[in-house]
Design a protein. Structure first.
Length: 88
């Protein structure tokens, strides 16, 4: 299915020794989540993981934040923004 293809590509990029994901990688994968997964536990778990990885990698950008706002339910978005401001 399309989501598992997107997940495989994302995982390959994350695990490749000479390629590092950037804000476009993270934002594109958020868009895939938004378009291919229903709102639910799996989508929320994956969005949390993407947000955490993007923050650790220093790749948070305006484009990423716009994709996050679309992909995440409002409560999750607000929670992540609070954590992001605290540096978590």
């Amino acid at each position: 299915d399309p989501f598992h293809i997107a997940m495989k590509v994302y995982s390959e990029i994350k695990n490749a020794p000479h390629i590092k994901p950037d804000h476009i990688t993270y934002g594109t994968f958020l868009k895939a989540c938004s378009n291919l997964l229903p709102i639910g536990e799996e989508r929320i778990r994956i969005i949390r993981e993407i947000f955490h990885s993007c923050c650790i990698d220093g790749q948070v950008s305006e484009a990423f934040l716009r994709a996050l706002q679309i992909a995440a339910p409002t409560e999750l978005h607000n929670e992540l923004m609070k954590k992001g401001r605290k540096g978590s």
